[in-house]
Design a protein. Sequence first.
Length: 220
Amino acid sequence: MGYVLNFGAVWRSLDALLLGLALSLGLAVVAIVIGAVIGLVSAFTMTSGPRALRAIAAGYVTFIRNTPILVLVLFAYFALPQLGIKLGKIESFVTVLALYSGAYLTEVFRAGLVSIPRGLTEAGLAVGLTPNQIRISIILPLMLRNALPSLSSTMISLFKDTSLAAAISVPELTFAAKKINVESFRIVETWLVTSGLYVATCMLLAAILRGVERRMALPR
């Protein structure tokens, strides 16, 4: 006999999946906000900071970008307590995800900073603005506008990466799906619905972020 689809068990547990989905989105949003701050600081450091700080920022980016995120998650949750640093499941995962996104956003923001014409800085100095005023009122808005497409891609990628939180039992979408799968043995149905939720959410995020990009685009 062929496999007969029966979504009853999944629909009965749909509230658990939706709660997991909400937590996944929350983890991604918090991580991207913290990561953006880290990325901005690191990008400005790498482009105009002292040599020692540039080396530290470059080392951070290189280490994080070349280490699998799952290894970082397991290290933060299982190894750091052995060193006296104890974090909860959600806190440790958000910390890792923020550091991970910060490393990638450092390169995104650095490229945006490098692409801004030097003449804008000179023009700001000519009208009496201080270097910090130039960074905040001229360079930062232009850089963020240029970096927005890459920032949007990072946000969607981070949302998908939240599925790795299931490895340390954070009750996000994938963990909720695994629990339903174990309890109901409806493997195909559980993962079909879960995949559909991931795809639908990513498409919705992409549409929202494209709308933001269009609103912030420079008029032609």
